[in-house]
Design a protein around this ligand. Sequence first.
Ligand SMILES: Nc1ncnc2c1ncn2[C@@H]1O[C@H](COP(=O)(O)OP(=O)(O)OP(=O)(O)O)[C@@H](O)[C@H]1O
Ligand SMILES: [Mg+2]
Ligand SMILES: [Zn+2]
Length: 427
Amino acid sequence: MLWSKYFIPTFKETPIGVEAMSHQFLLRGGFVHMLTSGVYSYLPLGLKVLRRIEHIIREEMNNAGAVELFLPCLQPVELWKQTGRDEVLKDVMIKFTDNRGRAMCLGPTHEEVITDLVKNYVQSYRQLPVTFYQIQTKFRDELRTRFGIVRACEFIMKDAYSFDRDLEGLKKNYQLMYEAYQNIFRRCGLDAVIIEADSGAMGGDMSHEFLVTAPIGEDTILRCPSCHSYCSVFGERANGAKCPQCHKGVLKGEVAIELGHIFRLGTKYSQAQHAQFLDEDGKQKPMIMGCYGIGVSRVIAAIIEKHHDERGIRWPGEVTPFDVEIVPLAAGNEAGEIVDLAQRYYRELTASGYDVLLDDRSETAGVKFNDADLIGIPLRVIIGKRNLAEGKVEIKDRRSGEAVVVDKNAMSQKVAEIRGGTPCLKN
Ligand SMILES: Nc1ncnc2c1ncn2[C@@H]1O[C@H](COP(=O)(O)OP(=O)(O)OP(=O)(O)O)[C@@H](O)[C@H]1O
Ligand SMILES: [Mg+2]
Ligand SMILES: [Zn+2]
């Protein structure tokens, strides 16, 4: 991609009232744009990151045996009355009457819709188990929107739902999702803390939250300074209690942000909505359900919270919008040669499977470097007059800040070496 043909509106100034580093860099780097409080547009660069995270999620979900589908945002409130959640969720549900006079809502989550769908198609134990997932927009009328896409009114979630004959099956599916979540967060460059949690308004007998420690977190998790284990006891009230694991350390609260939550639901929804199947023993039974959510847009913010310095983002390799950024510093007599080499590099790296951004703008070195630091592409190839006079170019690692000067004909080889020889999948 050529910078001049793309759309990366960067800003030097920190917008007023923006507290979180992730929010600041997302706005200044031209990743997202706020339409109104809690409602965001994804600009091309932000969309690219989103697609890469979605790609990881799809791989791990498919790998765990889940099947992708796509459910509607627009839903009849009538359906929600079957479980009573039109009341339970009334504070976050965005409701309205359509022109035909029907009470409708924009889905804050999809348990009711998926249960209704599965009930229509699954009648026999032979059709079970089945796990569906989708990556889709959710709507919640959050009173306190915070930190940009971290707590928004319109956001993107991956939600999955499993349907089983019995508790054994649910346990198996739950474990598969648990492991898929571990893989997803690891590949996103996140060190997720997993704790047993409250099932809350969702219902069910067991749930686990996947959190990442970060200053923007709204949850407190407890950690033992002695054995370093995290504790399932929730909330600040347990702050100062003895660690149940080693009985030595005194638990300390750490602020963390929730990125994922998985639930063993049981029959709460299938019973209320009469989603039954005919079992092998000839009896009608309610399906045993689980549900599994990840805040995809919130994950982007969490990655930035964990991977930045004072100048900007430092994307982990699998979620970066581009793999390599080429920065030609074309000026004066050598401009033609520098531009030619930049274009050759662009073709070379692209042919090797890298997703390449070429900063072909006629901006100063200072502007280009500042923007490169801000948007955070892992590798930068700098073609400057002084190095080129000796037949060399510079490769800089955004993460470590280290730079190497290599022969101009050894650039591709060096990039492959640094990236471990396996360029990211393009999307
Ligand atoms: N308003 C929101 N904006 C962005 N992401 C959200 C929002 N609400 C929830 N999420 C994400 O969706 C995931 C699954 O949704 P779930 O209903 O379990 O969240 P929740 O318990 O309401 O989250 P929270 O406690 O943060 O409100 C959450 O783990 C979180 O990552
Ligand atoms: Mg919530
Ligand atoms: Zn301990």
